[in-house]
Design a protein around this ligand. Structure first.
Ligand SMILES: Nc1nc2c(ncn2[C@@H]2O[C@H](COP(=O)(O)OP(=O)(O)OP(=O)(O)O)[C@@H](O)[C@H]2O)c(=O)[nH]1
Ligand SMILES: [Mg+2]
Length: 367
């Protein structure tokens, strides 16, 4: 996008006194932000945010066999071994307080060491998870309050595929911006997968995605019903772990079934829209015949960016200058001087920026 404005232009026309006040305000604002950032960091550490992500040292357990955690249940986890067999496993007391997540590589003991009398789903646990290997990547979103600062989505993925349907549910670019932010935070490559392309005419160019196209983001249009776009996805799946993220009903599981025939994952029906209930209820690690792995996840209402680093936003909104990124709240998206092609992008930036800085007022975390 060509920049049609100079930052601060409108203020330059004003008198010197005003500019000095303005500059003082900006300085104190910036100090306040810095203090707030430092506080945020200390708080998150202090409130267990850091410790929640920290894993106990796994090196004493390297002699144990390794497996991948492919699904979490309320009281146990499913592990997949190298030969693709699946074991039901409980967690050792050594992992108390550790949040395990789909995609974790774990060390397990084949013989249950504790509580062998437990029976889950009419099955006896065959193993116990003793340790978790360091994670290559960790995809997380902001939690609801400081007691649970993060919600973990999956570990050890390479790419986030943000799924957005043409219709049912309607396409929301805001969710894609949030997903891109989480991908950046986790160090995952980001890709937009448009689903249900058959539900719009070929003439419909999906203009909602124009601002994202202009950022050069990879966008792939697919239809699980017509089979279009699937070959490209299969090629991508040759060498990577991709996690599907999106609203409930966009067709994530239908896409999985189209890519992996025979998998038989449950998919929803039209009557479910608006009920607020997902068809998929737990994330699942699904190795593919193409070499890589897909992770299907339950539909989300939104992706909170609370507590994430505001500097990520310069990559999500590269069209804005560093001055806007540093404190977007002082700019008016509809200011004619800014002459923005997509004022709604500045509104999005303002929302995410503010949310990243949000603390829970009831938690008394500001010391
Ligand atoms: N026309 C059309 N319908 C589709 C397509 N993909 C999925 N659907 C329909 O969309 C509905 C929801 O699909 P799901 O795969 O269950 O959606 P999901 O994203 O997995 O939903 P959650 O598990 O709740 O997160 C089903 O009725 C599918 O038949 C598509 O490419 N074209
Ligand atoms: Mg699903």
């Amino acid at each position: 996008m060509t920049r049609k404005f100079r930052l601060g232009q409108s203020r330059e026309a004003e008198d010197l006194d005003h500019r000095e006040v303005y500059s003082r305000e900006r300085k104190s604002d910036s100090k306040r932000r810095q203090q707030s950032a430092e506080r945020t960091q200390t708080d998150i550490e202090g409130q267990g945010g850091g410790s929640m992500l920290r894993l106990p040292d796994a090196t004493p357990w390297l002699h144990l066999p390794e497996a991948i955690l492919i699904q979490r249940h309320s009281q146990w986890v499913d592990l997949e071994l190298a030969d693709r067999s699946v074991l039901l496993a409980t967690l050792s007391g050594k992992l108390k307080g550790v949040k395990l997540v789909v995609g974790d590589r774990v060390r397990y003991s084949p013989v249950p060491l504790e509580q062998p009398e437990l029976v889950f789903d009419k099955k006896l646990p065959q193993a116990q998870v003793i340790a978790v290997s360091p994670r290559r990547t960790l995809l997380k979103r902001g939690g609801i309050d400081d007691r649970e600062p993060w919600q973990l989505i999956c570990a050890n993925a390479d790419e986030l595929w943000a799924c957005a349907a043409v219709v049912d549910p309607p396409m929301r670019p805001g969710l894609l911006e949030r997903a891109q932010t989480l991908a950046l935070d986790a160090g995952l490559r980001f890709r937009i997968i448009v689903t249900k392309r058959d539900r719009a005419t070929a003439k419909d160019t999906l203009p909602e995605l124009d601002p994202l196209r202009e950022q050069g983001l990879p966008i792939l249009e697919t239809s699980a019903t017509h089979g279009s776009g699937l070959d490209e996805l299969k090629l991508l799946l040759a060498d990577r772990v991709a996690v599907l993220v999106g609203h409930s009903g966009v067709g994530k599981s239908t896409l999985v079934n189209a890519l992996l025939p025979g998998m038989g994952i449950r998919t929803g029906d039209i009557s479910r829209y608006g009920t607020g209930r997902q068809t998929t209820t737990a994330a699942k690690w699904l190795p593919t015949p193409y070499g890589g792995t897909l992770i299907d996840t339950p539909g989300i209402r939104t992706l909170s960016v609370r507590g994430l680093n505001q500097t990520l936003l310069s990559h999500v909104f590269p069209e804005f200058s560093s001055e806007i990124i540093e404190d977007p709240s002082t700019f008016d998206p509809f200011d004619e001087q800014l002459d923005l092609d997509y004022p709604e992008r500045l509104q999005s930036l303002q929302r995410l920026w503010k949310e990243m800085d949000t603390r829970n007022p009831n938690q008394n975390v500001h010391r």
